[in-house]
Every structure is written in C-alpha cells, then in structure tokens.
Ligand binder design. Structure first.
Ligand SMILES: [Fe+2]
Length: 412
C-alpha cells in the first residue's frame, strides 16, 4: 500500500499541522526501519484488581473467544495468557499479587472520579510483533519515544529481555509493547514460574467455557475487530500521529459524528489480509472541550467519559461471524443468549442487515473487572466500510446515557 498517495476517508477536517506531519511520520517510519521491524499485533494487555482475575477470565470465556492457555507468576503479578484463534492477537491479563499493589496505572486511575474505586483496573495497551526489541528502541528513542527500563517503575513485566514497552502515552494513557519471540507460552518471555490454579478456580473457568458452548455462542464469536480509545478534544491529532509513529498502521479516515459532538478516527494495519490479525485502533474525541461546549450545551459523552475515567480504552469490539441461527442474525442470537444468562447491554442492537452489506452492533455494559465495554459487531454481506455514522452515533449515545444513569449524581 502506498501510504503517501492514500487519501483518508471521511469528513472530519484535520489541521494543516496534521496534514503536514502525517506524511513525514510515514517517511520517517520507513527510513528508521520501523516499518520493517514491526509487524502485526501480538497481544493486548489488561490489568485487573487483585482478586479479580479468575472472575474476569470467566467473564471473557462466556462473552468472547479468549481461552486461558498459560499462566505464570512474577515478583508482583499473576500473569494469564489467553488465545482466540492462533493467527489473532493473544490477550494477557495481569493481576497484582497484593491488594495494596501500586504503580503508575494505580496513580493515574486515582486521579479520576469514576476509576478511583478500581485503581488497578486498566487496559494497558497493545503488544506488536517485532524481529528485535532493541532494534525498536534504537529506532524510536531518537524520536523522543520513551521506553521502560529496570528501576523505572514497579512492574518488571514492562521490561523483559524479549518484551519492551513505552511509557504511558500522555495523549492516550496507553503503552505500546513490542515482543521478539512467539507468545505461545509465557516461558518464551522469561516467565518460567508456573501457576497451578486451585481446583475451585479452574472449575469457575471451565464452567464458563462450557456455558458458552452449551448456548451455541462459541463458534460465533471470532477475534477482536477493533479497539477504541477515548481522548480529550484538543489532543486528537497528537494522539493519532504519536500512535502512527510507533506502529506500522495508517490513518484510514475520520468522520464527524455531529449529533454526539465527536469524531471517530480509525487507524488500520495495511499489511494484513484480515483486520482481526491486527485489529484497527480507533480514537474518539469530542469536537470541542467541555468548557467551550457549555456555550451551546451540545451532547458530549466522549468528553464526559474522559473527564470521569481519564483518557483510556473505552471498548474492545468482538467480531461475530456473519450468518444466521435459524431466522436470527448471529449477533442478535449471541446478544439474546448472553442477555438470558445475565449479561447487561446498553440499548439494543443497532444497524440493519437485510439484503445489503451493512453492520449490526451493540455495546455491553462495562465490565466490573476491566472497566471495558464489549462491542459485538457483525459485518453483514461482506460490508466493506469500517463503520456507519448512524450506528456510531447511537452507540455513543447509549454509552453516555449509561454512564450518567449509573453515576449521574457524581457530576451532572
Ligand atoms: Fe467500536
């Protein structure tokens, strides 16, 4: 793909600053060797509160495609490795060994009113495959990207011999990681002290797996379709350019979601035949900051989310295979089954999938363990676009309403 001649889609206007630096970022990525060094996404990384890991693994097993394949102990954490299909990114869960554990994630969560009750729960970032972690550092450090070194902070997971992480981005509060070995087991990254789960913990996970299978959901949920970060209005372009500096993605396009006073900005990996091998990274930002917004009192669920929880990952989208169960679309079937088992959703499935290519989507309520919303998305009849403006507006509104509904007394 010729990035320098690609015209991004959408109607969100970017500044001259963005338009002039985007091609420079692409050119420098190629010149520095990063485009050759870094390939598709290897994993996503999520930390939960001490004591929440088994419950979160069970929730994941009921709701999506991820299954536990390995677990290990570090000085500070229990670490769980999960897999969907082998060619799709792994999911890694970190659980502090102590309820009093604290690192940068804790301190940043404590700054925000709605994340302070779960101060260790946070989506941390994505890990990318590379041929050399030191090569990545050599390429990016001259570009003022900071990496974690021993002694920088409390969690040794962020600086292993075969796994390196950036500092938390000031724009997204996410890290980017790079791994230069296959993540088929945790010993590959030097975590050799295995955990044997207690029979009761193993039973909890097994029951979740069996429950999902008994409802016929297991074959319908595939890998991750995309992940969406929410950031402040004024930092949209910086966040996108920084991410595109660090990973071999491209700016696919950006659309104004006028009704919600926000924009949806999509970056994708140009080198994979299937997005689920290296899911799209979406950035959502309000069009105006909250104090300016107050002149007109437009909706501002995105800015409210960031003010309530801090810049962070808002949702992970799970792809539902296109098709029917009896006369129900697969996503409707999955949502109905999960609802009957007690999973709560925000509003209803949006989008129509009659005879034309389109999208059907829905948001779950946020997980009490990861604080992440799960989106289910069915791309019907080979839908080529990435999203529809109407669906995004409806989903954004539903998520904003849920936040106010649950926590409205805090800020409104
Ligand atoms: Fe989404």
């Amino acid at each position: 793909m010729d990035l320098l001649n690609y015209t991004p889609l959408g109607d969100k206007k970017n500044s001259d600053f963005f338009e002039s630096y985007l091609p420079k970022v692409y050119e420098r990525r190629a010149a520095s060797g990063l485009d050759d060094l870094v390939r598709e996404m290897a994993a996503v990384l999520i930390q939960v509160q001490h004591g929440d890991a088994i419950k979160y693994l069970a929730e994941l097993a009921v709701m999506g495609p991820y299954r536990l394949i390995d677990s290990a102990l570090s000085e500070t954490h229990r670490i769980f490795l999960l897999q969907s299909q082998p060619e799709f990114p792994r999911l890694i869960v970190l659980e502090p060994l102590s309820a009093s554990y604290e690192d940068e994630l804790t301190r940043w969560n404590e700054l925000y009113p709605l994340s302070r009750n779960k101060p260790n729960a946070r989506y941390v970032g994505e890990i990318y495959k590379t041929s050399s972690v030191s090569g990545v550092r050599d390429a990016l450090e001259p570009q003022n990207i900071r990496f974690v070194y021993p002694g920088d902070q409390e969690n040794g997971f962020y600086c292993l011999d075969h796994l390196t992480f950036t500092f938390l981005s000031d724009f997204t509060y996410n890290r980017v990681g790079y791994v230069d070995v296959d993540l088929d087991d945790l010993a590959a990254i030097g975590l050799t002290e295995r955990i044997t789960l207690s029979p009761s913990d193993q039973a909890v996970i097994n029951a979740a797996v069996e429950l999902q299978a008994s409802k016929g959901i297991d074959g319908l949920v595939l890998g991750l379709d995309h992940m969406a970060t929410r950031i402040l209005a004024g930092e949209r372009e910086d966040a996108i350019l920084e991410y595109l500096t660090m990973v071999p993605y491209y700016f696919w396009g950006a659309y104004n979601i006028t009704e919600m006073n926000s924009s949806t900005n999509v970056t994708r990996n140009p080198n994979v035949p299937d997005d689920k091998m290296s899911p799209a990274r979406v950035f959502t930002a309000n069009n105006t900051p909250s104090f300016v917004n107050s002149f007109d009192n437009l909706p501002m669920p995105t800015e409210d989310f960031v003010r309530n929880f801090g810049r962070r990952m808002h949702h992970m989208a799970v792809a539902v295979i296109d098709g029917h169960v009896a006369d129900e679309k697969n996503v409707d079937y999955v949502v109905r089954q999960l609802s009957e088992m007690g999973t709560e959703f925000l509003a209803h499935v949006v989008g129509e999938c009659k005879d034309e290519p389109n999208l059907k989507q829905i948001f779950s309520k946020s997980s009490p363990y990861s604080l992440l919303i799960t989106e289910y998305v069915e791309r019907c009849h080979g839908y080529e676009g990435f999203f529809t403006r109407g669906n995004v507006a409806a989903l954004t509104e539903a998520a904003g309403a849920a936040e106010r509904y649950e926590h409205g007394h805090v800020f409104d």
